[in-house]
Design a protein around this ligand. Structure first.
Ligand SMILES: Nc1ncnc2c1ncn2[C@@H]1O[C@H](COP(=O)(O)OP(=O)(O)OP(=O)(O)O)[C@@H](O)[C@H]1O
Length: 593
């Protein structure tokens, strides 16, 4: 009898009812060679590792631009049935693939974890797509042909249905189209770019890598911080478990030799921070010649002044195939217009997708702004933490993330909190990578339920149970605020964000009050007065109404110069054309890597 998707998810959750549920591997047995041979030993991916001698010739990826059209030819479909074993290590022998679904870090919270996912919260969100021949969205995972092995992993992740960004972005990517996608924080963008990449690699035929000792990834996923790259790597490993697709991560601050060894064992998907990747490219240990998929997570950050030169070097000045040959996907919760313009250099006839308003925050986050003088900030924070201790936040075991402006400020606030009986840790760019990872783990597991952070932790990090984000120091840029508060209120859960505002933040008053209004938040009268007083309105990158225009190609000034660039627009709700005004220089920091 056919099983519904929801039934099969609960079957995957319930070992008794799930025959195919993977076995728990105790830590001391992990990384040992498997004694069982794989059920199906031939992977398209293995071609990229130099083991599949059938993999020569024109690459053939289902639904991709280089295969011309979606093909049902299953001779190249080698990963879908590939359960029961790891991947071929490329240099001989089968590796034991560690089961990525045994996440010890989340154990203290695991009971709460399965309860609160409420994606209905996103259901009535407006969606805008523009570009030529936009593939229609899907409603369920069952409507998307990602391959059985990926479907099994989606069930193991307990994803019952796709989030709105996934419903739209996955069919677009599976159709081989370039994509610029903007969707709110915590709405599932990682899976939206990972699923099509993994599925495409599983099904593709790729030429054999031309040189030994050089890694030739088929897909490159770039992100701005080490921690985010690690997180994407962990997620991608879950999604590609037992598919034969091998994911490797490379980031700064960690020993390069270990990463080189991993790369030598073969890589299909390389997740990297830009600095470390440039290093690997300059050492000629990685070649981008076989890249078929390029994904930039936090794409607006990757293309701002701090990272743009490195990204241009990687994408345009090395050996990566050009737009139109590779498939490029850009994702973020914020996309200032100037960055969209820059990004179009990297794309070919792309589709623009906006789920919710570009740069908006989700209504799931209750936003509070309090007027607090610099000298009172510590005692005010103490009051909040005391109240939280007594009442809990939204009834949850609360993790609190406190953002400050400087690394020194982070150290000193951490110290002060600890001295005052609040177990805190801190993460910032001057800490060693080991210290950063330790801090994050200690926070995630609830050992130190308060983490003081600079913007290094502002983007992308998916830390369950962050109930409260405190902007002890507000950022200068409203988009940074959107990403910071987005560390709570994720995956349909609610969250709380408190900001300490004073005269030093006047330049943010207008955009902050606009953002809060858009997100149906109560704007204090004093903040509205600040907003009215400040003549910084022209600095706002926002414009138009709540559903203002988003795709910069819809600007009349742009269209006059490049009328042929932009295809039709397809709006699922009534947007008026809006626009952004000038984009102030984004905070420059490439030292994150
Ligand atoms: N279809 C789904 N069903 C249930 N949970 C999901 C689904 N897709 C993603 N999630 C979960 O939602 C959470 C947020 O996803 P993700 O980190 O990809 O968000 P994001 O949009 O990239 O956020 P950010 O903008 O902050 O980077 C993760 O814990 C992820 O496992």
């Amino acid at each position: 009898m056919a099983m519904s998707w929801a039934d099969s998810v609960s079957a995957a959750e319930n070992p008794a009812g799930a025959a195919s549920k993977s076995a728990y591997v105790p830590p001391h047995l992990r990384n040992r060679p498997s004694i069982e041979p794989p059920a199906q030993a031939s992977y398209a991916g293995a071609a990229a590792l130099g083991n599949d001698h059938s993999g020569y010739g024109v690459p053939n990826v289902v639904g991709s631009r280089w295969s011309g059209q979606r093909t049902e030819n299953r001779s190249g479909y080698v990963g879908g049935g590939g359960r029961g074993g790891g991947w071929n290590g490329g240099r001989g022998g089968w590796d034991r693939e560690v089961n990525p679904f045994t996440d010890e870090d989340s154990e203290p919270f695991s009971e709460q974890e399965s309860s609160g996912i409420n994606f209905d919260a996103y259901e009535d969100i407006p969606v805008e797509t523009s570009g030529d021949n936009v593939p229609p969205p899907v409603n369920t995972f069952a409507d998307i042909d990602l391959g059985e092995a990926v479907n099994e992993n989606i069930r193991r992740c307990k994803y019952v249905k796709p989030t709105p960004v996934q419903r739209h972005a996955i069919p677009i990517s599976l159709a081989g189209r370039d994509l610029m996608a903007c969707a709110q924080t915590g709405s599932g963008k990682t899976a939206a770019f990972c699923f099509p990449i993994i599925s495409g690699i599983m099904r593709g035929h790729f030429p054999r890598p031309p040189r030994p000792r050089v890694a030739f990834p088929l897909a490159l996923i770039l992100s701005p911080t080490r921690e985010l790259s690690c997180q994407i790597h962990d997620e991608a490993k879950k999604f590609s478990y037992q598919t034969g697709v091998r994911v490797v991560v490379a980031y700064g601050g960690a020993p390069i030799n270990q990463q080189l060894r991993e790369l030598e064992r073969g890589v299909h998907i390389l997740v990297a921070t830009p600095g470390r990747l440039v290093d690997l490219l300059e050492r000629a240990r990685v070649s981008l010649q076989m890249i078929r998929y390029l994904a930039l997570d936090e794409a607006d950050r990757m293309l701002d002044m701090g990272f743009e030169p490195q990204i241009r070097k990687i994408v345009q000045q090395m050996d990566m195939p050009p737009p139109g040959v590779r498939q490029t996907m850009l994702f973020s919760a914020t996309f200032p217009k100037e960055i969209q313009r820059l990004a179009s250099d990297f794309l070919s006839s792309y589709i623009f997708l906006a789920v919710g308003r570009v740069g908006s925050s989700t209504d799931l986050i209750v936003q509070r702004v309090e007027y607090v003088q610099e000298t009172d900030k510590r005692s005010h924070l103490m009051d909040l933490l005391h109240a939280q201790r007594e009442n809990g936040v939204h009834g949850k075991q609360a993790l609190t993330l406190v953002f400050v402006e400087t690394k020194k400020g982070a150290d000193s606030l951490e110290h002060w909190l600890c001295m005052n009986g609040f177990p805190a840790t801190a993460i910032h760019g001057d800490r060693t990578q080991q210290e950063r990872e330790y801090a994050l783990r200690s926070f995630k597991t609830g050992h130190t339920p308060i983490m003081v952070a600079t913007d290094v932790a502002a983007r992308g990090l998916d830390i369950p149970h962050v109930a409260h984000v405190v902007n002890f120091d507000l950022p200068n840029d409203i988009d940074d605020y959107v990403h910071r508060i987005g560390r709570t209120g994720r995956a349909g859960k609610t969250g709380l964000a408190t900001a300490f505002f004073n005269e030093n933040n006047s330049s943010l008053a207008k955009s902050l009050s606009d953002l809060m209004t858009e997100a149906n938040q109560e704007v204090p009268a004093w903040l509205s007065r600040f907003a009215a007083r400040s003549n910084y309105g022209g600095k706002s990158r926002r414009g138009g109404g709540r559903f203002g225009g988003r795709d910069f190609r819809r600007d009349s000034s742009y269209n006059r110069g490049a009328a042929d660039y932009y295809g039709g627009a397809n709006m699922n709700s009534g947007y008026a054309s809006g626009g952004y005004s000038s984009y102030g220089a984004a905070g420059v920091t490439s030292a994150w890597d």
